[in-house]
Design a protein around this ligand. Structure first.
Ligand code: SF4
Length: 277
């Protein structure tokens, strides 16, 4: 049985994977009904498992850059500024980057932050997950995705056999908390983009997963609708990018967790294809 088939079996009506315990290497199983009642933040897969003859999600060739439908006019696209290769940020190592981000006052988000949140994880990871920006708990603790959305992201990672910090790096499009957890504005994303760009250069991931529209637009430097972009592989200067929903969105839209899980399976397939396994 393939790894995917195993996941489909486990996440369907049969007992489900649950969040990996930080102290254990083994997954634990809990009946789905119990999870739904006790762990609403858990990454619950569709009630009916996918099977071999189900129509697959549309997949573009990995080297292609599909055109996307226009987004509504009111949704201003992120307009990241590509940092010149010889800019100071693009010369930085991790220590210099950490200090630069911690001291940064390049946009107004520095005013209300408790601390900037660069990212967390394996600095040579194959997998890079990029979200939107820190929330209140992240601002407090200095680590991305540590609130309810973070718990869900951890469960999402576990659903495809990944774990925070193990061949995975997690970052955000902006490093400082937008007040009231609002969506970061285009000029804020642009101001912060060189830091993300340098992170990507240093990590050199084999695959990037964009969590939500702001992250996707930042990485792809174009208008993106998540619904239209799912199931495709985009190219970001030689690195494949997969798009899915932000965990915070999934906490409000439980019905879309199944789609996010499909996206992660697709991402895993893409990674395995590139690994030749
Ligand atoms: Fe600097 Fe980015 Fe923080 Fe703005 S969000 S102050 S650009 S680190």
């Amino acid at each position: 049985m393939s790894r995917r088939e195993q996941m489909l079996s486990e996440i369907g009506v049969k007992p489900l994977w649950r969040l990996r315990d930080a102290q254990q290497d083994e997954f634990r199983e809990t009946p789905r009904e119990v999870r739904l009642a006790a762990e609403p933040e858990a990454f619950v897969a569709p009630p009916v498992p996918r099977h071999a003859n189900e129509a697959p999600a549309p997949v573009a060739p990995s080297h292609s850059v599909p055109s996307l439908p226009d987004a509504p006019k009111e949704a201003a696209p992120a307009q990241p500024i590509r940092a010149p290769a010889d800019s100071p940020v693009m010369q930085m190592g991790w220590d210099a980057l950490r200090k630069a981000v911690a001291d940064c006052q390049n946009c107004g988000l520095c005013k209300a932050r408790k601390q900037a949140v660069l990212g967390v994880g394996d600095e040579a990871a194959d997998w890079l997950f990029v979200g939107e920006g820190p929330g209140a708990e992240e601002d407090e603790r200095g680590e991305p995705f540590v609130g309810q959305a973070g718990k869900l992201l951890d469960a999402m990672l576990a659903s495809i056999g990944l774990a925070r910090g193990r061949n995975v790096y997690i970052a955000n499009a902006v490093k400082c908390r937008p007040p009231g957890n609002r969506t970061p504005e285009a000029h804020e994303i642009a101001a912060c983009h060189p830091f993300l760009e340098r992170q990507i250069e240093l990590i050199r991931p084999r695959l990037i997963v964009a969590l939500g529209r702001p992250a996707a637009q930042t990485l792809l430097e174009r208008e993106v609708k998540i619904g239209a972009a799912r199931g495709q592989t985009f190219d970001r200067r030689g690195i494949p990018v997969i798009v899915t929903y932000h965990p915070a969105y999934l906490l409000r839209n439980l019905e879309d967790k199944a789609k996010a899980w499909q996206d992660l399976c697709f991402a895993l397939d893409q990674m395995q294809e590139r690994s030749g396994s």
